[in-house]
Ligand binder design. Sequence first.
Ligand SMILES: NC(=O)c1ccc[n+]([C@@H]2O[C@H](COP(=O)([O-])OP(=O)(O)OC[C@H]3O[C@@H](n4cnc5c(N)ncnc54)[C@H](OP(=O)(O)O)[C@@H]3O)[C@@H](O)[C@H]2O)c1
Length: 291
Amino acid sequence: MSDSLDFDVPFLLGMMRLHEAHTLNTPARLADWIEARLDEGLHWFDHADIYGKGAGETRFGEALRARPALAARVRVVTKADIVLPQLDDSGHGVKHYDTSPAYLKAAIDAALSRLNVARLDHFLLHRPDPLIEVEATAAALDDAIDSGKVGAVGVSNFLPEQWRRLQDAMRHPLVAHQLELSLAHAEPLFDGRYDAVLHDGQRPLAWSPLGGGTVFEDVLGDSLTRLAEEYQVSRAGLALAWLRRIPGGPVPVIGTLRESRIRELAADGSHAIDRATWFALLEESRGQRVA
Ligand SMILES: NC(=O)c1ccc[n+]([C@@H]2O[C@H](COP(=O)([O-])OP(=O)(O)OC[C@H]3O[C@@H](n4cnc5c(N)ncnc54)[C@H](OP(=O)(O)O)[C@@H]3O)[C@@H](O)[C@H]2O)c1
C-alpha cells in the first residue's frame, strides 16, 4: 500500500467502542479482526485518546505488536485535547480542553506509544478550546508534522471562525474535519458549517453516521424500513447511502465492530439514492416538511 493520507475507503472504522468489545479482547483476536478488515480494503481506523481512557488505543497497539506485519497496512486517525475528569490532576476533577503545546506534544507521543505505530497519519484537535493560544498551538501542530510524528493535522467539531484563526497561524493545511453528520443530525448542511468545510478544502469525515443507532427509531426508522424493502438494501446501508449522496463526499466514521454489519454497510452504502428519496428521508428525520 502507498504512503497515502487519502481517505480512499467507503468509510472509516470508529474505535470508540473497541475497549468494551468482548469478542476482541485478546491481541490475537483483534489482530484477526484487523487483518480481515484490511483484506476487505478497510484500512482507516479512527481513534481518540479518551476512548476507554486510552484503553482503545492500547488494545489496538497490542494487536499490532502481536502481528507486526499489520502495522504497515493500517492507517490511523487519532484525536486529543479533551481531559477527562478522572485524568485531571489539578484537584478540580473537571472535564476540560487543553491545546497547550506541552499537552499536545505529550498527547502525540503517548498516542504513538499506545498505538505502536511510527506515525499518526491524521491527528485532530478533538474539540475547540476557548483558551487556545492560537500562535503557540499552530506552531506545535506544524512542528509535529515537521518531526514526522504526524502525517497531517485537522480538527473536529470546530466552527469556521475557530478553525480559520488556527489555520491562519499555521504553515501546514488543516486537511480533515470530523463533524457530526447524519440523518439524525443534518444541521451542518443548513447552517453553513458543511459548506465552510468544503470551501476551505477540508475533507469532511462524518462521525456517528447512523446517529449512534438512533436513525432506526421512530418515524425515520419506519421510513428506512419501508424504503430499504423497496430498494432491496439494508436500512443501515440506505442511511449511509443518504450521507454519501451529499456533494463533497463526506466519509462516514462508522461505529459498529460487528463483521456482518460492516459487510452490509460496505455492500449497501453505495446504493445510488435519487434526489426525491434523499429529501423524503430528510423530512422524516426532521419531522417537518421541507420549506
Ligand atoms: N469526533 C468526535 O467528536 C466523535 C464523537 C463521537 C464518535 N466519533 C467517532 O465516530 C465513530 C462512530 O460513532 P457511533 O458509534 O456513534 O456511530 P454509528 O455508526 O452512527 O452508530 C453505531 C451504533 O449503531 C448501532 N447499530 C444498530 N444497528 C446497526 C446496523 N444495522 N449497522 C451498524 N450499526 C448499527 C451499533 O450497534 P452495534 O455496535 O451493536 O453493532 C452502534 O451502537 C466512533 O467510533 C468514533 O470513532 C467521533
